[in-house]
Design a binder for this molecule. Structure first.
Ligand SMILES: Nc1ncnc2c1ncn2[C@@H]1O[C@H](COP(=O)(O)OP(=O)(O)OP(=O)(O)O)[C@@H](O)[C@H]1O
Ligand SMILES: CC(=O)N[C@H]1[C@@H]2OC[C@@H](O2)[C@@H](O)[C@@H]1O[C@H](C)C(=O)O
Length: 403
């Protein structure tokens, strides 16, 4: 037998596995590394988060990634270079984190690598162009990570999703249902990253409902873009700048009237749709000029847009949403002003920090990919609703052996 297969079988047969989950999201702020101990599979999965850190990207890398992410035209040489280079760098960061945690690579069974989304293109946004399949592209090759760390690596999780008719995102719900469902409490797990998305998990007593997941639109992406453009900051810390501005109602209406917000959920999106030029065009169509609106007011307005579109999506799609508890994770959970505006719009629903469920809110997405990898190794797969509405058990990710 191929010795790599033998090793794979041994890992798959263990009672529990040590898996590193990696996420580098659309905010391009850095690599999240979650060292997890995972036992069981499927509905019996249990996760213990042993360690977590975010390795921040240097400004130069961030700019290089920005130049090839969410843009229609990119330098192919840079794209090709980063497919390998970013993976090699991720391997370096993993080894650095393991050394800080005094953990040997030999003690890690698997790495689950999301990679860097460079473009996300659900068929729904191509309505004015050529109709094609749902497409999404993540770079950072798994073979590089496996070869450089010596650890079995599972990567490129989203392609199976699109292959079965999904948009390739959001995927968190597959795992959220297993880890965070509760018998008594109906929950909404809201993640405010670059893009905001949530999973609704009804309490078991409401068994007539299925769980449900969708992106809601911009999370921090527009806030970060304006913070960078006008204030040379990576983000609006705690939302203080936005809180000091005034919401421009005309601009808010112009942005809010974008048809994407009224499209039926579930749906997914990315910064290739919601960006500064999108804002400028929508403003212009409404007879407004961004140049004439003070930057802090623009920031207050996009923060309000984010809060309102999250709340509206929840109100329109979650049955009996008032009875749900919302748990907020992702970097946007640190933006107190954004969260307070969202609370205002969801009215009676209680809003909690995701840490109340016993995990670091910043670690959630990296943990999700660790659980996807665990299932690929040891489980029967997740119930997935395919494009034709049929339910199929599926596993996600591609396996890279170190040798
Ligand atoms: N203290 C803070 N105050 C305000 N905003 C913050 C703070 N800390 C982080 N953020 C926001 O969180 C963002 C990063 O969030 P996160 O890492 O969850 O996103 P991501 O994983 O890159 O995105 P996605 O989930 O869409 O892929 C930052 O870009 C910033 O906008
Ligand atoms: C294509 C892509 O990378 N999408 C991300 C992004 O970040 C948040 C939101 O947009 C979500 O759709 C998704 O990530 C999470 C982990 C998901 O798939 O559930």
């Amino acid at each position: 037998m191929n010795p790599s297969f033998k090793n794979l079988t041994a890992i798959a047969g263990k009672r529990s596995r040590t898996i590193i989950g990696l996420m580098s999201g659309t905010s391009l702020d850095g690599l999240d590394i979650a060292l997890c101990r995972i036992s069981g599979s499927g509905a019996d999965t249990a996760v213990h988060l042993i360690k977590f850190c975010t390795k921040k990207y240097a400004a130069e890398l961030r700019e290089r990634l920005r130049s090839i992410s969410s843009v229609k035209l990119a330098d192919m040489q840079e794209l090709c270079k980063q497919h390998t280079g970013l993976a090699a760098y991720h391997a370096e960061l993993i080894l650095e984190a393991l050394s800080e945690w005094e953990t040997e690579p030999e003690d890690v069974d698997c790495i689950a690598s999301h990679g860097q989304t460079v473009y996300h293109l659900p068929a729904r946004v191509q309505r004015h162009g050529i109709k094609s399949l749902n497409s999404t592209l993540q770079i950072g090759d798994g073979d590089q990570i496996a070869a450089r760390t010596g650890i079995l690596t599972i990567s490129d999780f989203r392609q199976k999703h699109t292959a079965h008719g999904g948009e390739g995102a959001p995927m968190a719900a597959l795992v959220d249902r297993i880890l965070f469902g509760d018998e008594k409490e109906s929950r909404i797990l809201l993640n405010i990253g670059g893009i905001a998305n949530y999973t609704w998990i009804p309490a078991e007593r409401q068994g007539e409902y299925d769980s449900f997941t969708t992106d809601t639109g911009p999370g921090n992406t527009l806030i970060d873009t304006l913070s960078n453009r006008y204030f040379q900051k990576m983000f609006d810390k705690e939302g203080l700048l936005a809180a000091s501005g005034k919401i421009n109602r005309d601009l808010l209406d112009a942005l809010f009237s974008d048809p994407w917000f009224n499209e039926s959920a579930p749906k997914s999106t990315g910064p290739e749709y919601f960006h500064y030029a999108w804002m400028a065009v929508r403003a212009e169509q409404a007879g407004l000029s961004l140049n004439k609106i003070p930057p802090v007011d623009q920031l207050a307005t996009v923060t309000e847009l984010t809060a309102r579109t999250i709340a509206q999506n929840i109100r329109e799609n979650v049955p009996e949403y008032e009875e749900c508890a919302i748990y907020v994770s992702g970097g946007g959970a640190h933006n107190g002003y954004l969260v307070s505006r969202m609370k205002e719009h969801v009215v009676n629903t209680t809003v909690h920090d995701f840490s109340e469920l016993g995990f670091d809110p910043d670690a959630k997405e990296a943990m999700i990919f660790a659980v996807l990898a665990n299932e690929m190794l040891a489980g029967e797969g997740f119930d997935f609703e395919r494009g034709d509405g049929s339910i199929q058990k599926l596993n996600f990710g591609k396996i890279s052996f170190p040798l």
